[in-house]
Design a protein around this ligand. Structure first.
Ligand code: TXA
Ligand code: MG
Length: 318
């Protein structure tokens, strides 16, 4: 276990951002706000900093991490760029889209970031505080979600403090995350492939590239090892597609659900539901022993919501 440290809470003003950049330059870890979820950031060129990310999260294995950059120009320094990458970056960066591309030779990234793969995952986050920090820091930041491995992802500074307080140098408080689910990951090392549904609906991506995305299949665990089925596990048992709560269950609603303790979106808006998903799971997980979740339509952002709910409901330890 890492030695406990005092975790500083930094406000998202110039002083806080400068302090965060200085800690990162010294190889320390800072949790940062993005539009999707909070990320646990470290200098992606510094092997010790990256190793500390795995240690702080208690990640069981060295899964590759997403590298966050200020803009597409910076991304091109780390990857062999393609026309499709350019089109997607033009359309969706900054934003909740991660591109997996061939790793550029001599990139200077720590081999731990890519877990020794010949590819790198890159993203330009849309949160203004993340953007300001990336420009101030002036380098690439490796950042998985800022939660202990296998737990619910954090969408507020308080979630991060509850999960990682005492294990990281600082938390930069940028408020609640707008999107609320992780970025969509598209593999571009071969035919464009949907590696993880996320905050950008796959339909929007397919419209820009003009073809359907290849879906992940059986052996996808090898290319996206973070996709373990028991990810996002709350302490409570979870039952999906519930019409109503059974005795002992607390109901998480969507749309016109009756008798729900919390409702992801009473009006049935998938964007609002995504933004509320992890916050509501965190809240219910505090007292509920069993959570029943109303059906969420499997289109647009509903795909990412259902993906996270299936993982939360999956048997543990798989
Ligand atoms: O929204 C997000 O993407 C958040 C925020 C903080 O930016 N980050 C995030 O990172 O979700 P993380 O580490 O929890 O998820 C990284 C995912 C994992 O499933 C990992 O396997 C995949 O990206 N990944 C990273 N590099 C890869 C690569 N070279 N090839 C295939 N998959 C990769
Ligand atoms: Mg995660």
């Amino acid at each position: 276990n890492p030695t406990p440290v005092q975790t500083r809470l930094l406000s998202a003003d110039d002083t806080g951002i400068a302090a965060a950049a200085a800690l990162l330059a010294a190889g320390d870890l800072v949790a940062i706000p993005t539009e999707t979820v909070y990320g646990l950031a470290g200098d992606a060129r510094n092997g010790t900093a990256v190793a500390r990310i795995f240690e702080a999260k208690g990640r069981p294995s060295f899964n590759p991490l997403i590298v966050h950059v200020a803009d597409a120009e910076m991304a091109r320094a780390y990857a062999d760029w393609t026309d499709t990458a350019q089109r997607l970056a033009d359309a969706f960066w900054p934003g909740p889209l991660t591109l997996v591309l061939p790793l550029r030779a001599g990139s200077g990234l720590s081999a731990l970031v890519t877990a020794g793969h010949g590819s790198v995952a890159l993203r330009v986050p849309a949160h203004p505080v993340a953007g300001a920090l990336l420009r101030s820091f002036g380098g690439p930041l490796a950042a998985p979600s800022a939660n202990p491995s296998g737990r619910i992802s954090p969408t507020s500074a308080a979630h991060v403090a509850n999960g990682l307080g005492g294990r990281i140098a600082a938390i930069l408080d940028g408020g609640a995350c707008d999107v609320g689910v992780e970025s969509t990951i598209v593999g571009l090392t071969g035919a464009p492939t949907l590696l993880r549904p996320g905050g950008l609906p796959s339909e929007a991506i397919e419209e820009v590239i003009g073809t359907r995305l290849t879906r992940r299949h059986g052996d996808a665990a090898i290319t996206a090892p973070g996709q373990m089925s028991s990810h996002y596990a709350p302490n409570a048992q979870i039952r999906l597609n519930a019409g109503s709560a059974r005795p002992g269950e607390t109901l998480l609603g969507f749309g016109a659900t009756e008798g729900a303790a919390l409702n992801l979106s009473p009006s049935g808006d998938l964007t609002e539901a995504a933004a509320n998903l992890f916050e509501y799971l965190h809240r219910l997980d505090r007292d509920a022993r069993a959570i029943a979740v109303a059906p969420v339509p499997d289109r647009g952002l509903g795909r990412a919501i259902n993906d996270r709910l299936r993982r939360a409901a999956a048997p543990r330890g798989i």
